[in-house]
Design a protein around this ligand. Structure first.
Ligand SMILES: [Fe+2]
Length: 275
């Protein structure tokens, strides 16, 4: 495997799409809290393909599967193939290694690289914050060392860091106990590289666009169920499924927005007490 992926650009703006937390099942008709995750993911992919946003690559930020059956990775790979773009991914707490790498590697449109040199001005670094058998996140010494080495390799490039777990609280006790536990260690590594611009994540199934230690922190709705912010007990939200468009400019600026399904046909079972 190449150590990095070179995303060639004709103009100076890098355009990306983030999809996150599809929670797919190996069986097509299985549901998560009343939502058929295959159908809601397909609806998202359909709407993306009818959108005028002309992106170069897709970042899939974890929880690609739900039922611990690696066959669901084939479902993910087969479904995103219709986008016709390179797909990059990182691990969520519901994902399973080494099956995730092994199954996704069978699909040529799924890229294994975690360092993306995007055009002439940006690099994107994808981290694994998964902790085996735990819903919370942690960046291992190896991940932090890798991050530091990649930041040092191209200090003149602006940086977008991707990982699964949240850094900032959602003001929801049930969810915030599962955040990234060593965000201070991440901050320490990033602090030496002023060109780091933003941190992009999934996990919390809701939209965030906030500032943490001078970095823009972006989180994105799931393609299946949504969690309502500011709720100490488990609470589902009725907002439609979504994804994120990102434009990275040559001067380090980021323009981004969340898009959602225009129809709200995939409603969860509100009697659910957890997941
Ligand atoms: Fe998730």
């Amino acid at each position: 495997m190449n150590e990095f992926y070179s995303l060639e650009k004709k103009d100076s703006v890098v355009r990306l799409l983030q999809i996150t937390d599809p929670h797919l099942f190996s069986a097509k008709h299985d549901t998560l809290l009343g939502v058929n995750t295959t159908d809601s993911f397909q609806a998202v992919l359909d709407q993306i393909q009818h959108s005028p946003f002309n992106y170069e690559a897709v970042l899939a930020t974890g929880d690609l599967i739900q039922d611990h059956n690696p066959e669901a990775y084939h479902r993910f790979a087969e479904m995103v193939k219709q986008l016709g773009k390179p797909i990059f991914w990182l691990e969520g707490n519901h994902d399973q290694q080494p099956q995730m790498s092994l199954y996704l590697a069978k699909h040529s449109h799924i890229q294994p690289e975690k360092q993306i040199l995007a055009g002439s001005h940006w690099q994107i670094l994808l981290l694994n914050s998964q902790v085996a058998n735990a819903p919370s996140g942690n960046l291992s010494f190896g991940q932090l060392a890798w991050l530091e080495s990649k930041l040092a390799e191209y200090p003149e490039r602006y940086v977008l860091v991707g990982l699964h777990h949240n850094i900032l609280p959602t003001n929801s006790a049930w969810l915030d106990q599962h955040c990234l536990k060593n965000s201070d260690a991440l901050a320490e590594v990033l602090s030496h590289y002023p060109n780091v611009k933003a941190i992009l994540h999934g996990h919390i199934h809701q939209e965030v666009d906030a500032i943490w230690k001078n970095y823009r922190v972006l989180a994105t709705p799931s393609t299946c169920i949504q969690f309502k912010p500011n709720c100490n007990e488990f609470t589902l939200d009725l907002l439609p499924q979504g994804w994120r468009e990102l434009s990275l400019f040559a001067d380090g600026r980021i323009e981004t927005r969340v898009k959602r399904l225009t129809s709200n046909e995939f409603l969860p079972d509100l009697r659910s007490k957890g997941y």
